[in-house]
Design a protein around this ligand. Structure first.
Ligand code: G3P
Ligand code: CA
Length: 254
């Protein structure tokens, strides 16, 4: 397997600037915009299906105020998950994880963000075992150390990246917090960190993470100048809502 030269461009919730996030339309557009990897958010339904959804409820993206775990998949599938974005996307449904996995081209990969508790881990494990996508092209990401630890323990062959933002209660986090994150990631055998772009990231910062044997991905970058700084600093992946646009910015065509 050969990934392109680093950093990898990751389509955040698909190509979510242009298409409704976490739908098959935004996934297809992410690949059309030449993303290397795709990021999706996953949650459980009442009947145990794994669906793509960022928020705790379906309200913002479908108009239904319920949480996904209060509804069966068949009911969720009747909702429209595209019209809120633009009329041309009317009829988009809330996809399942197997649908998203099946949509990953042979030379691409995926980041799956666990947005619920560890109760989703057995279903994730089952779907990933059944997928055609090779395990080395899958990354699990999560803000919750306990949940990601449970996933990594169940699937040690799948990469796990620990998510964290660079601010806490409106204040920038000190670099000592980075050291704590690194220690927490190493203790749980994680493969990397996936940090908010509001951390003070420069080459020394990246070296600190790499020296610990960890990958460093950054989210969510929709600014060309910031992306160029991150490339110069040596990060491994950049998550963006606009993969096609960002790649042009990095190639100097923006
Ligand atoms: O890729 C990480 C990023 O998606 C985390 O934030 O809120 O967009 O899920 P959020
Ligand atoms: Ca996410």
């Amino acid at each position: 397997m050969s990934f392109p030269a680093s950093p990898l461009i990751v389509a955040h919730r698909g190509a979510s600037h242009d298409a409704p996030e976490n739908t098959l339309a935004s996934i297809a557009l992410g690949w059309a915009q030449a993303a290397d990897l795709l990021e999706i958010d996953v949650r459980l339904t009442r009947d145990g299906a794994v669906v793509l959804l960022h928020d705790e409820t379906l309200a913002r993206t479908t108009g239904c105020p319920a949480a996904p775990q209060a509804l069966d998949l068949a009911t969720i599938r009747q909702l429209d998950a595209g019209a809120w974005k633009a009329p041309q996307y009317t009829g988009q449904r809330v996809p399942t994880l197997p649908e998203a996995l099946a949509a990953v081209p042979a030379d691409k990969g995926i980041l799956i963000e666990i947005k619920c508790g560890a109760e989703i881990v057995p279903a994730l494990q089952r779907h990933l075992a059944q997928a055609v996508l090779p395990p080395e092209r899958v990354h699990l990401i999560c803000f919750d150390h306990e949940v990601l630890s449970a996933a990594k323990a169940a699937m040690p062959h799948i990469k796990a990246l620990f998510l964290a933002g660079g601010t806490h209660e409106g204040r920038p986090r000190p670099l000592s917090d980075l050291d704590a994150l690194i220690a927490a990631a190493r203790a749980a055998n994680f493969d990397g960190l996936d940090l908010g772009e509001d951390w003070p990231i420069d080459a020394a910062f990246v070296r600190r993470v790499h020296a610990a044997g960890l990958l460093l991905h950054i989210w969510t970058v929709n600014d060309g100048a910031r992306a160029r700084q991150l490339v110069a600093a040596g990060v491994d992946g950049i998550t963006t809502d606009r993969p096609g646009w960002l790649r042009k910015q990095l190639q100097g065509d923006g």
